[in-house]
Design a binder for this molecule. Sequence first.
Ligand code: C5P
Length: 408
Amino acid sequence: MDILSGKRLLLGVCGSIAAYKVAQLARDLTLAGAQVDVVLTEAAERFVGPVTFQALTGRPVHSDLWALPEDGVVGHVSLGAQADAVIVAPATANTIARIAAGLADDLLCTSILAATAPVLIAPAMNPLMFANPATQANLAMLRARGFTVLEPDVGRMAEPVSGKGRLPEPFSLEGEIRAMLGRASGPLRGRRVVVTAGGTREPIDPVRYVGNRSSGQMGYALAARARDLGASVTLISGPTALTPPAALTLVQVETALQMRDAVQAACVGADILIMNAAVADFRPATVAERKIKKQGEAGMTIDLVANPDIVAGFARRTDLFKVGFAAETDDLLANARSKLERKGLDLIVANDAVASIGQPTITLSLIDHEGVTPLPRQPKGEAAAALLDALVARFTRWQAARAATVQA
Ligand code: C5P
């Protein structure tokens, strides 16, 4: 289930030209299943009208401190008190100062004073106002109180100046909201998860490489889901055409050797390694410094040497839950089982490559030392979330068993 599904979100919008971007965010959050209650400050209403948000969220939009109906909870605090998360985007210097000072002079600030849920502040303003020590001190105070404060994007402002002050795009804001909800109550909160995705490229010369068809989609979806469940995620990716999920650490690599180094660095102190990348088994023995020229009609031979097996290199890390993947065309289960042993994995995810390539659905099987658990055949888009959830259940059991052994 989507982490946003059924969540009550209070979206506070302040008076900045970036308010127009938040209309899209309100729609995206609503489509993901959240109940979005928008509160506009007086200044926000000069930029975007309540009708816009009302139409996008299907909910009444609030701005007047005195207009809320009594519903059991004291009217003016109910929106904040009942929220699962509060988001202030765009957050202006003025509203940031009012929140930091604990003022209750409008509906948004009053709601935040009464909120017990996590609060995300997305500042957007003129770069000079953002850099001002007063704004910075207010933001530091909010951080110290446990608020999640985003860094604005750097770039061209609405007025003809550039600098640090832009509101991040709705896609990023949504990712940050998901991460914040996960950190508050997700089953992976406090955990560090490393996910590899995509295929590696092994250079032949400056313009050519040996590669594979991995799209990276599964790995990216697994990384996003792990973030939604509260993990601090490092996504190590070969080249893909995908937009990386927000609110995680992205490390981009090209070759298997670069991926190995990145995985080794990221796994220090990590709890789970999900090795989803299609790592090239071989690389050209030598890389030509200049583009290799065609020699008439003669063919050519490329000598390949074996790449190191990245995940097998972690076999002795008994404190790391290691998950591998096996896409096979023959003897699926036997091959997957032998990989589980050979690579020292805690779990391997097997799929029949022939039955799934080009199909909209996929059947994944989880294989560990206890046996085989097939997941139901399902659309590929949903398979990653279901897989990650099943994987978290295994990790939790593994973790409990390990703690018991360590104690004994
Ligand atoms: O042996 P095969 O490539 O089929 O094994 C697949 C699993 O091993 C995947 O989890 C993949 O990410 C991992 N792998 C690796 N290093 C390699 C090759 C594969 O970690 N050099």
